[in-house]
Design a protein around this ligand. Structure first.
Ligand code: 3HC
Length: 295
């Protein structure tokens, strides 16, 4: 393993949809990766999902060349290991990317715990979509080695990485983060630590406004989706995207923002969204959101 800012070994904390996607792209671009979860069953599930997704990527990349497909999948998989022992993993890692539950206290506790264990040169990053990076980073004594690395779902397909700098993020950390992003095949954009960074700041109010249109009865969900796909060239309409991302995620982001910025009408919570979430209609993952899905 390396010292300084060369990133060879990456620790991904949280092996959910985002964490496993990040692990996949890091491994397939040559990094050694350790995924950390609380339960080894979650690690097994993530490994299986990664394998399936790697096959999709490989089939596209090496059309019909079975040896190359198998080689890519097996080599990538061989670079990924799993662990439930966070402290022992972070002792010798170059970059930690946290992709756990969107809860500030839980994230602060996690980073506070590993700050004293990781080597001084290790860079810490959060994949949070809506919590200020500075609030998470202040639980550590390495503000200069802290940044946001915000990936998009599905990670193996979406080409963007937002690199978030807090005022204390050093140039060396920022440069290493940008280089890592490029190496994993993403186009990197830089953003200050502002609500939603770039993409969610625009996307979440847009999805919220679509729900408000539906609430007012201006148009059906299907017609709003069709309009945005065919009239604006989006790959998914706002309701398809909400169902894909998870209604709970959209609601969580809006709730946090409306609490912190009560005067911004873009961030206001929406009764229809609240009702669907309370009914457990969270989108594709629960079989129903704005639309119904075959499980
Ligand atoms: N792993 C690997 N490959 C995948 C994949 C995955 N998980 N999901 C899709 N793909 C590949 C497929 O293999 C397929 O490749 P092909 O074109 O060579 O056959 C290609 O992607 C397209 O997939 P599908 O044919 O299954 O379906 P679509 O053409 O409808 O594309 C989509 C699916 C890529 C999800 C597309 O609809 C899309 O781009 N949607 C918008 C997604 C988006 O906006 N994401 C950002 C959400 S916001 C966010 O993540 C921020 C967070 O903080 C909330």
């Amino acid at each position: 393993m390396s010292s300084g800012n060369v990133i060879n070994h990456v620790t991904i904390i949280g092996a959910g949809l985002m964490g496993s996607g990040i692990a996949q792209v890091a491994a397939s671009s040559g990094h050694k990766v350790t995924m950390v979860e609380l339960d080894s069953k979650l690690l097994d599930k993530a490994q299986k999902n990664i394998e399936k997704s790697l096959e999709r990527v490989a089939k596209k990349q090496f059309k019909g060349e079975e040896d190359k497909i198998a080689g890519f999948v097996n080599e990538s998989i061989s670079r990924i290991s799993g662990s439930t022992d966070l402290n022992s993993v972070v002792k010798d890692t170059d970059l930690v990317i946290e992709a756990i539950v969107e809860n500030l206290e839980v994230k602060q506790k996690l980073f506070g715990q590993i700050d004293g264990v990781a080597k001084p040169s290790t860079i810490f990053a959060s994949n949070t979509s809506s919590i200020p990076i500075k609030d998470i980073a202040k639980s550590t004594s390495r503000l200069d080695r802290f940044c946001g690395l915000h990936f998009f779902n599905p990670v193996p397909v979406m080409k963007l990485l937002e690199v978030i700098r807090i005022p204390e993020t050093s140039d060396a950390t920022y440069n290493a983060a940008m280089e890592f992003g490029k190496k994993v095949g993403k186009t990197c954009v830089t953003c200050k630590d502002t609500p939603g960074f770039i993409v969610n700041r625009l996307l979440v109010p847009y999805m919220a406004e679509a729900v408000r249109m539906l609430e007012r009865g201006d148009a059906t969900a299907r017609d709003i989706d069709t309009a945005m796909k065919l009239g604006a060239g989006y790959p998914m309409g706002p309701f398809e995207l909400s169902d894909y991302v998870g209604l709970d995620t959209t609601k969580f982001i809006l709730d946090g923002w409306s609490k912190n910025y009560p005067d911004n009408p873009l961030f206001k919570t929406i009764p229809m969204l609240t009702k669907l979430v309370e009914e457990g209609k969270l989108g594709m993952k629960t079989g129903e959101g704005f639309y119904k899905y075959q499980k």
